[in-house]
Design a protein around this ligand. Sequence first.
Ligand code: HEM
Length: 415
Amino acid sequence: MRTIYAQLGDAYRVYAPGRQSHTWVFNHPDDVRRILISNHKNYAKGVGFDRIKILLGNGIIVSEGEFWKRQRRMLQPTFHRRVLAQFDTLIARANDRLLAEWDRKCEAGEPVDVTADMSTMTLEIILGAIFGDDLAAMHAETGENPFAVLTEESERDLRFAYSFHKLRALIGRFVARRRAAGGKPAGDGPDYVSMMLSAKDKETGTGMTDKEVVDEITTMVIAGHETTASALNWTWFLLGEHPDVEARLHAEIDADPEVAVPSLQHVEELPYSNMVIREAMRLYPPVWVISRKTIEADQLGGFTVPPGTDVFFSPYFVHRHPDFWSDAEKFIPDRFERFEEDRPKLTYLPFSAGAHHCIGETLAIFEMLVHLNRFARRFSLRRVDSDPVSFEALINLRATRPFIMRLSRRTRNQP
Ligand code: HEM
């Protein structure tokens, strides 16, 4: 796509032999706005969603129309800041666990596998948010970590689908059991199983069936885990390559007294940390391409796109568009300083936009900021090699090989 983009620019079509049809690709923010916002009713979910459906059933990432609207209406309040703020202890604990491991490895002079560790930590957080204390019961019942397949298997193939189906069955048993026991949270704080079991649609007064709850849970596990891990993975990579940016991040963190359990508000108020994360997701948006299908014909990029056409747009290319970003290939967090006021809409969309925009955006940002705050306070990371990085642009934008990085312990700069 990079090669074609360099030749053809914002709008082009390519023949997809597998589907025996053309896929149209648009990377100008005006076209993205038409697809996601001004004419969004004309677009259904596109290529790839049928495969995701095999895993996730009818969860909100794949569902459409009235059913999607109803599910989103019920789920939206469960992602309110007031709810997310209560996951502070869960997030801090998952970080503390990894911190202990990195402390040990740092002492022993061992490098860390950042890619694997980000994956494990973000999985622990999302599972804790979903199941609360039931997670320990699931481990006990199966005698292992039943979710390990999500971090150990990087392929999303048939074998994965088989393991994932076994997991769905386990989740189904726990959901049924929880409902039978009255649906209360399995712990002191909120958890998504209980929130979903008690959610009622304002318009119809109905709640979710067990199957619907399982679909939404598996959707959250998949949508909320690898994406956040990928964003953190790229952030560490970029910080390792840019000591100047790293030094500014350290200065901000060092001037901010450490708290055991950072709150959402606390980390949101650290401007440079926020800018670092936004800029990392600009260069390496975890969801690098988004697909839709036209219902009726539409005008995009000066062309008439026929009905039933596969349409792609790519946050990766929009985020590097030369008309909207100067020095687009460079890592410059400062460009986000006056971001909200200055930037034309839809030139930055790591979480997409419009009706289907990411429901987990604030949770993801919360997790990433706490992690950075905790770890950049203690460690500086450098890759053990300087091999060029190549992509594996699957559903998420991954590096072909994991980032193995060496830790050095920092001493705090006095503000
Ligand atoms: C850095 C982390 C994340 C990124 C970059 C990201 C990105 C995105 C994007 C681009 C979409 C739109 C997909 C489309 O329209 O086809 C989306 C949707 C979604 N995301 Fe995220 N996401 C992240 C984290 C999360 C988390 C933590 C959760 C859940 C806890 C989550 C749950 C969802 C769900 C359920 C949808 C479907 C929303 C709908 O269609 O109504 N995401 N995400």
